[in-house]
Ligand binder design. Structure first.
Ligand code: FE2
Ligand code: FE2
Length: 320
């Protein structure tokens, strides 16, 4: 029923592509990096993010739901790639699909590990909810709306990635090198491919109102459903903690780490998040190329946080 109603309303948003493709010859091709980490539940630091369990719980919850968002991006990008004529943009879409497939795989391995009794994260339940939600609602949406959601999700991961690149030290509070490698590699690649979904949306659809609709769905999921689900994790994980002062102190700091307008991950980036609603917005209006270069240099070369786990790098060929 939801899907029929959504289908009907999406038909009202007529495509109006009048997008001029950027000159992709000026941009480096995007590689797909294969990473093998080998997570072990016993080694995972559950206060990984800035020594704070609550904020780390938010990221763990995000990690579980993210895999479904990534699968939606993969499915949607695959479908639309056939309609993209420009060979370089097509190649970029293949890179996006490849990068997201490995993100999803690695996060699933991390999620398997936090299901271990040493962490006791309710992975099974949250996977069940995520799967039901995506399979019955989001994946049933018509392709134009999924395309717009894909661009919206990618906007959020781009903002998150920029914040994390600017706050590199936040990943060094813990000795958990594996969790650090996963998040840093993921953030690097989110920033690297941040304009692809948007360009495809503008090229194939371009309707502003539909773009805004996809944004609000992504907003509601990432900043509504995921924080809401985070609240129940401590109850399911270690209910006896809830009566301690330590827990509430940690939770208070955790909420600020994510939502404080001063320096919180999402609280302080609200302006940038809503910038997406500007009619002439483009992801590259926020130039992150210097951070990206610095990050690639620092993390992927010998001694870098990602280097020990990097198995191979593959750049998809240009197909005409
Ligand atoms: Fe991703
Ligand atoms: Fe992405």
């Amino acid at each position: 029923m939801i899907s029929t109603a959504v289908k009907k309303s999406v038909q009202a948003f007529k495509p109006m592509p009048k997008f001029e493709l950027p000159d992709y010859t000026q941009k480096p091709a995007i590689p797909i990096r294969h990473i093998a980490v080998g997570f072990d539940g016993k080694e995972i630091d559950f206060a990984f993010y800035m020594n704070n369990q609550f904020a780390s719980t938010f990221f763990a919850t995000l990690s579980v739901f993210l895999t479904y968002g990534e699968d939606l991006v993969i499915e949607t990008a695959r479908y639309h790639r056939d309609f993209v004529k420009d060979p370089l943009l097509k190649q970029r879409v293949t890179s996006l699909i490849g990068q997201e497939a490995i993100h999803s795989k690695l996060h699933n391995e991390f999620n398997d590990a936090i299901a271990h009794e040493a962490v006791n994260f309710p992975v099974k339940l949250y996977r069940f909810l995520g799967e039901k939600f995506f399979d019955n609602i989001f994946l049933k949406f018509p392709q134009p709306l999924k395309l717009s959601m894909m661009a919206g999700i990618e906007h959020f991961t781009a903002v998150l990635a920029e914040y994390m690149m600017k706050h590199e030290k936040n990943f060094y509070y813990s000795n958990d090198a594996k969790t650090r490698a996963m998040w840093m590699w993921h953030m690097l690649e989110e920033s690297e491919h941040k304009d692809i979904a948007y360009d495809v949306y503008q090229l194939l659809n371009g309707n502003y109102a539909l773009r805004a609709a996809g944004f609000f769905i992504a907003f509601g999921t990432i900043l509504g459903l995921i924080p809401f689900s985070t609240l129940f994790v401590p109850v399911l994980r270690q209910p006896k903690d809830l009566v301690t002062r330590k827990f509430w102190k940690d939770a208070k700091r955790g909420v600020a780490l994510i939502f404080s307008p001063n320096d919180g991950v999402f609280g302080s980036t609200m302006g940038q998040i809503f910038d997406y609603l500007r009619r002439d917005f483009h992801p590259n209006d926020h130039d992150t190329s210097a951070y990206l270069e610095y990050y690639k240099d620092k993390l992927l070369s010998e001694g870098g946080a990602i280097a020990p786990y990097l198995v191979k790098t593959f750049t998809p060929p240009v197909r005409h």
